[in-house]
Design a protein. Structure first.
Length: 331
């Protein structure tokens, strides 16, 4: 079992009754119709408009048509040109501690409290197969990163409506990767998300195709120390426990911290399409933190990599942020 241990605290039991599923299917169907409408709304070229890339009817002279000779506009030749000169991927957008866009009409609102972020460097090729079509691992230096993130969500609300009672507050633990798409938008790709509420788990899996799992998750405070635990609700389900000591002293993020936390959206795939879901929140504020103990099986279960057996390259703690999710767009 992957383990990084300095202190081994006692852990609470995870008994929890099953929540009621009333209204789950209706909520799922409404969100599904909205998602299909959003990601399908990609405008087609106006009728009669000439193709400005490849193919018959391309505007411009022969020298402007990717350097191909006259009369070579056959589909076979087009494929040869594309294979010989594949388009270079767009560079990632500049890293910014402030959100690069506003979200005037949020789809969801929520608070993330007591956010603990642990990260390990990995080779991009070791995780590239986990990324949805149209995205690739984002790298800093020669590495990309695997993240294990614990936090307490509260005040989950739809649109401008009130916060959902009971089901709108829960502890979440997720394993994530770091992505960039063909437009240069940086984001995250979730490999797993453990959630203690069944209703949000069902809706997120069925509508957004996000890999949520119903789990017994807890966050407990002991003065300046914080304990997160999770256990997947199935036989021999993976577990994860982290124990940290927080400080009130501010921590100034560096270049690597910005790479890992200046992420203003997520990439995922649903209904046969890859989408980008923008998020907005105030710049992160961090506090000094010490990792006391880590016992994790989620990272290996999600990535088949045993990196969590090593000491993390980055350990961050934030008191939290208020978050708004915008409307997903096709990536």
């Amino acid at each position: 079992m992957p383990r990084v241990v300095v202190i081994s605290p006692p852990f609470p039991s995870h008994a929890q009754p099953m929540p009621v599923l009333a209204g789950a299917l209706a909520c799922r169907d409404r969100l599904a119709r909205h998602l299909v409408h959003v990601v399908s709304a990609v405008p087609a070229p106006p009728a009669g408009t000439a193709d400005t890339t490849l193919g018959e009817g391309t505007a411009g002279t022969a020298s402007e048509r990717v350097g191909r000779p006259e009369g070579s506009g056959t589909p076979g030749h087009q494929q040869e040109v594309l294979m010989a000169h594949p388009p270079a991927p767009a560079p990632g957008e500049p890293l910014s501690r402030a959100a690069p866009h506003e979200i005037a009409r949020p789809l969801f609102r929520q608070f993330w409290d007591d956010v603990v972020l642990l990260h390990w460097p990995v080779a991009p090729g070791a995780v590239a197969h986990h990324f949805p079509e149209g995205t690739r691992p984002d790298v800093v230096g020669a590495h990309t990163y695997v993240g294990l993130v614990f936090f307490r969500m509260r005040g989950l609300a739809l649109g401008r409506g009130p916060a959902l009672p009971v089901v709108g507050s829960f502890t979440e633990v997720n394993v994530r990767l770091y992505s960039v798409d063909e437009e240069g938008r940086r984001g995250v790709v979730f490999r797993t998300l453990d959630c203690e509420r069944l209703l949000p788990t069902v809706v997120a899996r069925s509508v957004w195709r996000l890999p949520y799992h119903w789990a017994s998750t807890r966050s407990l405070h002991f003065g300046d120390r914080l304990l997160f635990t999770t256990r997947r609700r199935r036989i021999r389900g993976p577990v994860s426990r982290v124990w940290i000591a927080r400080s009130e002293r501010p921590y100034v993020p560096g270049e690597l911290d910005d790479f890992l936390t200046a992420r203003w959206g997520l990439h995922a795939r649903a209904w046969g399409r890859t989408y980008f879901w923008p998020v907005h929140h105030a710049p992160w504020t961090f506090r000094e933190v010490a990792l006391l103990s880590l016992d994790d099986q989620l990272v290996e279960a999600a990535t088949r990599l045993q990196v969590a057996a090593r000491t993390p390259a980055s350990v961050l703690y934030s008191p939290g942020v208020r978050v708004r999710f915008g409307t997903p767009t096709r990536a």
